[in-house]
Design a protein around this ligand. Structure first.
Ligand code: ZN
Length: 239
């Protein structure tokens, strides 16, 4: 039988039949991987809690006809601290949801994997930074090639008088390129977003409460528009 090694971060899992689960993970080399963990819904499963969402795991897989079967699982990093805090769990869920939405099966995903790993490490390291999720979403948008134009006009490229913002047009717009749906952002918001998009996730700038909420709102709407998908974990965090 053909065995292979793979590693990745568990995105989610769901039940299969009476006792099994399908585990969906993001592998740097193979993108989204779906594999069957047999018997995990029985109390004596040998996988225990090793295949929980967010865990970075190393797997030995038996190549099945349609789905691979997990024969061994070991944890590389479990992120226990972030799991103890609901705000951080919801932030991690949003990161995983966004990565899940943009990754494909059978396509390497090194940048998305590293970004998710950095995001989870930042969550593990300390309390939730109010801008972490926004920064993460701006970066994942960049990974998949839909980063918003922030310091220049998405229409003509000018850096002068860029005061409007359009979700459909791809970001900031100047007065000449403005379209009917473009909104006016408060002065300073796009500069705030530029700083977040450029920052290291584990060394974000000091948050400014007067910008954080608007920055998150704009980023969320932008990403949801371009992924054509609502981020459910964010809706939960708001509620
Ligand atoms: Zn323009």
């Amino acid at each position: 039988m053909a065995l292979r090694h793979d590693q990745g971060i568990v995105l989610r899992s769901f039940p299969l039949g009476e006792a099994d689960r399908i585990v969906v993970m993001l592998s740097p080399n193979h993108g989204k991987v779906r594999a069957v963990a047999k018997g995990v819904r029985k109390t004596k499963s040998r996988f225990g809690g090793r295949l929980e969402p967010f865990s970075h795991v190393d797997l030995v897989l038996y190549e099945g006809r349609s789905l691979d079967i997990i024969t061994q699982a070991s944890v590389i990093e479990a992120f226990p601290a972030l799991r103890s805090d609901l705000d951080r769990v919801l932030a991690a869920s949003t990161m995983v949801e966004a990565v899940d939405a943009v990754s494909q099966e059978g396509e390497s995903a090194h940048r998305a994997f590293l970004l998710l790993q950095r995001g989870l490490k930042a969550l593990e390291a300390g309390p939730l930074h109010p801008d972490l999720v926004a920064a993460f979403l701006l970066k994942i948008a960049d990974v998949v090639g839909v980063a918003p134009a922030l310091d220049h006009c998405a229409g003509c490229g000018t850096r002068e008088g860029v005061k409007r913002f359009s979700f459909a047009a791809g970001g900031a717009l100047c007065e000449r390129c403005r379209n009917p749906g473009a909104v006016t952002l408060r002065v300073g918001v796009t500069a705030y977003l530029v700083a977040l998009a450029a920052a290291d996730l584990s060394a974000l700038p000091e948050p400014d409460p007067s910008f954080s909420k608007e920055a998150m709102g704009v980023t969320r709407r932008f990403v949801e528009y371009h992924l054509d998908r609502r981020l459910e974990s964010l809706a939960t965090a708001d509620g």
